[in-house]
Design a protein around this ligand. Structure first.
Ligand code: NAP
Ligand code: HSE
Length: 428
């Protein structure tokens, strides 16, 4: 039986640094739990001269990925470099060279997970990806194992730390978007290029992974309705709070009779909803199973040490598989596609902020446009006005996305409406 399991890493940035720090700090603890020693033998990076956040012997560093992928002594390859194409070919090569793989890469697992898991199965190995969703929060393993006896009906939550940090800082501290984003980047929560965080795409990748496991299906990115926080303004966050809501970027996956509902968008949620209290880089996810009922997972969804914690747990699982000479089951390769409900057939309440001519009869015209599209209004409030324009905030009752789009189109035709500033969904 093996006494030592050897690790090669691809990447030593935020997550790689956290992973290595944990492997060093808790080395004896991990050895005691596993009954084998874990040794990091090589680490491929782009720039071997770059200063590192963690103490590392410079001889371990290489800018040649093959020094990791083709080394016959390396048992586990830990991919924490990010990106899609380079990571995809590196992981394939690692598997084909007899290595187990651990990755934190949601972009990759959402877009190429089924293909890579099939390669892993064919090679008699496995890919572990707990860190790809929810940072340090266990989600993949609970879905695959602990809740495996349930039919999962719903997955809903906050699954992007960067946007939650930004929205919290805007709401709590009155910070501007750009300042809050710069802080999230400095703290290591954001992606190397934060575009995917802001656009909601990072959360959509994670929803893809969660929904695939929850509903035993193959999700494609086009199946997920996606809207980011680019257009959420401090003013809307303040008005939402006055109305009794917090603004959060939510990911929702649900298996309904009509098919799968898959969406990521900012939403107003009541201040007394548990998700409203989830702040900064914390994530929280509700899962609803037919046997267990509702389960909530909460913790740090991004950052070096929380994500490193999940990567190290996967390294431990891979080490156990190697030690016990088991493949550990690659269950996800049996999934098939399920029908997805088109967004226009889904239902929401809407919050709308607009500017209109400050003249008699504007409210009546607005109410008429909504009425004609069979959209009923819950609230309509004039927030402030200057000499010529009035700022109006309104909230609809539950409507189909299609009916709301129709009402919006007729609003855009009204000469009295100067501009529609914000449209956000409301989830009760
Ligand atoms: P990062 O700080 O930018 O680190 C990336 C690392 O990969 C760097 O060390 C970089 O080398 C190395 N690298 C990049 N391209 C490479 C290549 N072609 N060959 C060899 N090395 C390469 O990124 P990160 O935040 O740690 O994220 C890594 C992965 O974890 C991503 O998939 C991300 O989505 C995921 N993730 C991140 C978090 C988080 O909180 N940050 C949480 C969960 C998952 P240099 O250092 O020399 O530039
Ligand atoms: N950029 C991601 C986030 C990292 O902010 O949630 C964790 O996956």
């Amino acid at each position: 039986m093996k006494k030592k399991i050897t690790i090669g890493m691809l990447g030593l940035g935020t997550v790689g640094g956290g992973t290595l720090a944990i492997l060093q700090k808790n080395k004896a603890e991990l050895q005691r739990k596993l009954g084998v020693d874990l040794e990091v033998k090589r680490i491929a990076v782009r720039d071997v001269k770059k200063p590192r956040s963690v103490a590392v012997d410079p001889v371990l560093l290489t800018d040649n990925q093959d020094a990791v992928l083709l080394d016959p002594e390396i048992d586990i390859v830990v991919e924490v470099m990010g990106g899609t194409e380079a990571a995809r070919s590196a992981i394939k090569k690692a598997l084909e060279n007899g290595k187990y793989v651990v990755t934190a890469n949601k972009d990759l697992m959402a877009q190429h997970g089924p293909e890579l898991l099939a390669v892993a199965e064919a090679c008699g190995k496995n890919i572990y990806y707990e860190a790809s969703v929810g940072g340090g929060i266990p989600l993949i393993r609970p879905l695959k194992y602990c809740l495996g006896a349930n039919r999962i009906k719903k997955v809903m939550g906050i699954i992007n730390g960067t946007t939650n940090y930004i929205l919290t800082q805007m709401s709590r501290e009155g910070k501007e978007f750009d300042e809050a984003l710069a802080e999230a980047q400095a703290r290591g929560f954001a992606e190397a290029d934060p575009t995917n965080d802001i656009s909601g795409r990072d959360a959509a990748y994670k929803l893809n992974i969660l929904a695939s496991l929850a509903f035993s299906t193959v999700v494609q990115m086009e199946d997920i309705f996606l809207e980011g926080i680019d257009n959420v303004k401090l003013r809307d966050i303040r008005y939402a709070r006055e109305l009794g809501y917090a603004v959060k970027l939510l990911a929702v996956g649900e298996e309904t009779e009509a098919g799968l509902v898959l969406r990521v968008h900012p939403a107003l949620i009541p201040l007394d909803h548990p998700l409203a209290a989830v702040e900064n880089e914390f994530n929280a996810i509700f899962l609803e199973g037919d046997a267990v009922g509702e389960v909530m997972f909460y913790g740090r969804g991004a950052g070096a040490m929380p994500t490193g914690s999940a990567v190290c747990a996967d390294i431990m699982d891979a080490a156990r598989a190697i030690k016990n000479e088991q493949q550990n089951g690659v269950l996800e390769t049996t999934f098939t596609r399920k029908k997805v409900v088109p967004m226009q057939d889904q239902h929401s309440r809407f919050y709308l902020r607009l500017k209109a001519e400050d003249e008699p009869g504007v409210f009546a015209k607005l109410a008429h446009a909504f009425g004609a599209a069979r959209v009923s209004l819950d609230m309509i409030i004039q927030k402030r006005s200057d000499a010529k324009t009035a700022e109006i905030v309104l909230v609809t009752h539950d409507v189909s996305e299609g009916a709301f789009a129709k009402a919006l189109a007729s609003l855009r035709e009204m000469p009295a409406i100067r501009i529609i500033n914000s449209i956000l969904r409301v989830i009760e």
